[in-house]
Design a protein around this ligand. Structure first.
Ligand SMILES: Cc1cc2nc3c(=O)[nH]c(=O)nc-3n(C[C@H](O)[C@H](O)[C@H](O)COP(=O)(O)OP(=O)(O)OC[C@H]3O[C@@H](n4cnc5c(N)ncnc54)[C@H](O)[C@@H]3O)c2cc1C
Length: 426
């Protein structure tokens, strides 16, 4: 729709986008489609924001365990899955308890087919039917409908829906703690239902060469955008952008595709603190999982919440011949040698593999992992992204913490910029 009108637009405008995360890259893409040549200012040395990977010592380390849900409507619109060579996780989870490890295959997609014996250790017979019922009802609901439903915490939703405490403790808690990066399932039930629907329609996947490939692919689609890396923005004052270097840039339009409170003092205090996560990578001689699946630790006393052998999903994650294990901790912890020792002891207790076999390879402490949002949405009218005359907002923090939302936000901000230049365009 946008590109048809491009001849009517003054495409010479100087449009600046702050941030080359997913939302900034999508905003640039949409502006290009409408005929513009925007400039992205990015403080980091690589594009991707929170969707980044490090390639080091023969390993691929994603910056925090993260997956693409293949059913995301926006990802289907913007990404070429084939060239990403997506590697899928098997649906379901491996549940780890000290000395005991078992697999529940496909509980969200095919709950009725899950073998009763495996399921009975995590939930009741009725839980299976409730999962089935929920899956069916969500399949027929549009994303907007899900996000318009009354808001409650995920935990309350699960209890109100009739799920047993057993399945909440043994499956939903560890599974969704690892997704929401918080420990009480206080995240909105809207997000739970959206993610649940995505899991039941598609797969969790990572690109063969790491999550960075998603960001790189979006970057490679930009042909008219200039990206200035290592360029941190300090403040924005009207149409003036001041860089950390002292350089001042006059812009016709500005899209802030990063949390805006650091550039706009008037926005300070408007955001709740973000969700954090600690992600540790260990290498081992070989994987102790039989298939590419997410491992869940159900014992609340443990620090480790979930663990995944990245090399079971994509062999490219290690060129060293060793298996690469990603371990996530959602509890609030102090990252030091003691923590690493405790985690190794937990891993030994869970797997019976001596702790010295787990070789620490990389550590990430991610402070701003996910935004904490009170009123989660799937989308918003483009006009609402405008905060001042020529300044627009973009980013997952406007909607919900996901790659899908970051993409929606990027598109909406670009639409708003285009509308502001040619107000009669619809
Ligand atoms: C550990 C972890 C796990 C996650 N798991 C999932 C998952 O499984 N599935 C899912 O869908 N989503 C997941 N997410 C969320 C997803 O990654 C984000 O929602 C999405 O990447 C947000 O994109 P964004 O463009 O809105 O913001 P960002 O990626 O934060 O982009 C903002 C950009 O602005 C730049 N910037 C900041 N300040 C300045 C400045 N002063 N000057 C210039 N540039 C600046 C930053 O460097 C960054 O590149 C996860 C995130 C993390 C961290």
């Amino acid at each position: 729709m946008v590109s048809k009108e491009k001849l009517m637009l003054n495409t010479e405008m100087d449009i600046y986008i702050i941030g080359a995360g997913i939302s900034g890259l999508i905003a640039a893409y949409e502006l290009e489609r409408a005929g513009f040549s925007p400039v992205i200012l990015e403080s980091d040395k690589v594009v991707g924001g929170r969707v980044r990977s490090d390639y080091q010592d023969g390993f691929i380390f994603d910056r925090g365990f993260q997956v693409l849900l293949t059913a995301y409507p926006e990802a289907q619109r913007y990404l070429d899955y084939d060239s990403l060579k997506l590697k899928k996780f098997n649906p379901g989870a491996i549940v780890l308890r000290p000395g005991n490890l078992f697999t529940i295959h496909d509980p969200l997609r095919n709950p009725l087919k899950v073998v009763s014996m495996a399921f009975s250790s995590v939930g009741t017979f009725m839980d299976k039917f409730r999962i089935f019922k929920l899956t069916q009802s969500l399949k027929s609901k549009k994303e907007e409908e899900i996000f318009n439903e009354p808001d409650k915490t995920t935990l309350q939703f699960l209890r109100d829906y009739g799920f047993s405490e057993k399945i909440i403790e043994n499956f939903f808690m560890p599974f969704f703690k690892g997704i929401f990066l918080e420990n009480e399932l206080e995240t909105s039930s809207r997000m739970f239902n959206f993610v649940f629907k995505m899991f039941s329609l598609g797969h969790a996947a990572v690109p063969e060469n790491g999550m960075q490939a998603i960001s790189d692919q979006l970057k490679s689609k930009l042909t008219k955008t200039s990206i200035r890396l290592n360029t941190a923005v300090k403040t924005i004052d009207g149409n003036l952008i001041e860089l950390a270097s002292g350089e001042r840039i006059k812009a016709d339009k500005i899209i802030i595709a990063a949390k805006p409170d650091k550039f706009l003092p008037q926005m300070l205090g408007q955001f709740k603190p973000s969700r954090k996560v600690v992600n540790l990578y260990f290498s081992l001689e070989k994987s102790f999982f039989a298939s590419p699946m997410i491992g869940l630790v159900t014992d609340k006393l443990f620090l480790v919440n979930n663990l995944v052998f990245m090399t079971d999903v994509s062999k490219s994650y290690s060129k060293t011949g060793r298996a690469l294990l990603s371990v996530s901790i959602t509890k609030s912890v102090k990252l030091d040698d003691k923590l690493i020792e405790k985690v190794k002891i937990e891993l030994e207790a869970l797997t019976d593999i001596k702790s010295e076999h787990f070789k620490l390879e990389k550590v990430y402490e991610i402070e701003d992992a996910l935004p904490q949002i009170d009123d989660m949405k799937s989308s918003m009218p483009a006009t609402q992204t405008k905060i001042y005359d020529n300044v627009f907002l973009s980013g997952d923090y406007l909607l919900n913490g996901s790659i899908n939302a970051a993409m929606t936000a990027g598109r909406k901000a670009a639409e708003a910029v285009i509308l502001s230049i040619q107000p009669n365009m619809h």
